[in-house]
Write a protein that binds this ligand. Structure first.
Ligand SMILES: Cc1cc2nc3c(=O)[nH]c(=O)nc-3n(C[C@H](O)[C@H](O)[C@H](O)COP(=O)(O)OP(=O)(O)OC[C@H]3O[C@@H](n4cnc5c(N)ncnc54)[C@H](O)[C@@H]3O)c2cc1C
Length: 427
């Protein structure tokens, strides 16, 4: 790329949000020069590994309650601009049919993330957007008539810039957080806390659950404030691993645990192994066991190894007949089965996090266009923003919606601007 090259719209980042923005910028401003730059050697690495290699493109039902970060009305406003039916129609138009699974998640019928990446890249090329890589952007500076975008590959003059650099999750895919610095250099702030979300949780290595690696059961994870108030709860599959807990429920609650611990170190997390039973129902069941051994009863409900471990945690002889349980024993057992405290020691960090919590506050963005309120001509979208969703396709839906709004708005800004602001006159 030579030093004099110019573009109407430069998009930094060719992940889900950046490719979406590139397609819609090019579609909204036919004949204009749209360039998407990405620092990664392998384009779309995150898309390829997402959803276990199948890419969970979206969810059947998406509303703002599935997200955290900026305010729900703000998130909802952007989501409404490109809703799930539009996502389905958009991918169909790109040749990708989506299918709904029982969980409500939508995947490509090919069960292959490659289909999704290929469609987005082909869609960008068809729309006329140029995707260039590896072109890591080191700086974006304001100029009199636009921006100067620079990196080891050279310099590009841009009339508008869309930042779609993602957050810090899975840094080896190219999303190393540099986009935050780019936005800050252009006048933005960052939320006080930025941390891994949808991330596995760590237990001390000698915790009994660490010896149960591979066991997965439905469970309820509940977050409690130091005051005893229940802050959050998720019931879903939970996987015991050698380091702690993974699977949908632990991933979903991880960001709430981290956020709560930052302000209240007395926050605790508990796990309930019998999610469809209240503590009272479990207590009643134990009282009705008679001569049946505790383990016999529990093995009918949970895997054998887990059942034995939970007896050990509650200091109960697994062969003890139910009727021999003392009141303190029974109470301890009910607590272990329904609200076992988890001494979480941390999380697995950005290398294992699916998303980043925190980012550029939506309050700094004009949401109908995703244009920066701090720097006209700059647009922001995707995970870079202070929005993170639950497991289930919600994070991609945010990327599609915010990328669509940013791309369309930047394209329209170019298409409707007087020619005197043309890129050829910049620099
Ligand atoms: C293992 C895993 C599985 C996931 N599975 C799902 C799923 O099934 N469904 C779902 O909804 N979500 C899933 N997610 C989350 C989802 O992938 C992200 O929310 C989404 O990719 C965010 O899109 P983005 O375009 O904003 O950021 P990213 O996808 O992170 O893309 C940012 C791009 O910007 C580039 N970039 C960064 N800095 C620079 C720079 N300075 N110069 C040039 N380029 C730069 C990066 O190389 C990258 O290509 C998963 C995430 C992970 C890690």
């Amino acid at each position: 790329m030579d030093a004099d090259e110019r573009a109407d719209v430069v998009i930094v980042g060719a992940g889900a949000a950046g490719l979406m923005a590139g397609i819609w910028a090019a579609r909204s401003a036919p004949g204009c020069r749209v360039v998407v730059l990405d620092g990664a050697r392998l384009l779309g690495a995150k898309i390829l590994v997402s959803g276990g290699g199948r890419c969970n493109v979206t969810h059947d039902v998406v509303d703002a309650t599935a997200y955290a970060g900026s305010t729900r009305p703000a998130i909802a406003g952007v989501l409404r601009r490109f809703a799930v039916p539009q996502t389905v129609a958009f991918f169909r138009e790109l040749g990708v049919e989506l299918k709904r699974e029982d969980t409500g998640k939508l995947f490509p019928t090919t069960d292959s993330a490659k289909t999704v990446l290929h469609a987005l890249l082909t869609g960008a090329a068809r729309a006329g957007a140029l995707v260039r890589h590896p072109c890591r952007v080191e700086t974006v500076e304001r100029t009199a008539a636009g921006f100067r975008v620079a990196g080891p590959w050279g310099t590009l003059a841009a009339r508008t810039v869309i930042l779609a650099t993602g957050g810090k999750s899975l840094p080896k895919s190219g999303s190393d957080g540099h986009g935050f610095a780019l936005a800050q250099a252009l006048g933005h702030t960052l939320t006080p806390q930025v941390f891994p979300a949808l991330v596995p949780l760590l237990l001390p290595p000698d915790h009994p659950l660490c010896a149960l690696s591979g066991i997965a059961v439905p469970a309820t994870l509940e977050l409690w404030a130091g005051t005893g108030k229940r802050l959050q709860a998720f019931t879903n599959a939970t996987l015991c691993t050698h380091f702690g807990l993974s699977g949908p429920a632990p991933l979903d609650i991880s960001r709430y645990w981290t956020a709560a611990r930052l302000t209240d170190p007395a926050t605790t997390l508990t796990i309930g192994w019998l999610p469809d039973q209240t503590p009272e129902a479990v207590d009643t069941a134990l009282q009705g066991l008679g001569r049946t051994a505790v383990l016999t009863w529990l093995r009918a409900l949970l895997p054998d190894r887990l059942a034995r471990t939970l007896c050990a945690v509650a200091a109960i002889d697994p062969l003890l007949p139910g009727r021999a349980l003392t009141l303190p024993h029974r109470q301890a057992f009910v607590r272990t089965l329904t609200r076992l405290p988890l001494p979480i020691s941390g999380d697995r960090g950005y290398n294992y996090a699916e998303v980043t919590a925190g980012g550029i506050p939506l309050a700094e963005i004009h949401l109908p266009t995703m244009e920066s309120r701090r720097c006209p001509g700059l647009f922001l979208c995707g995970e870079l923003c202070d929005v993170d969703g639950r497991i289930g396709g919600y994070n991609y839906q945010w990327a599609w919606a915010s990328g669509y709004v940013a791309g369309t708005s930047a394209g329209l800004q170019i298409a409707t601007a007087p020619r005197s602001h043309g890129a050829t006159e910049i620099l």
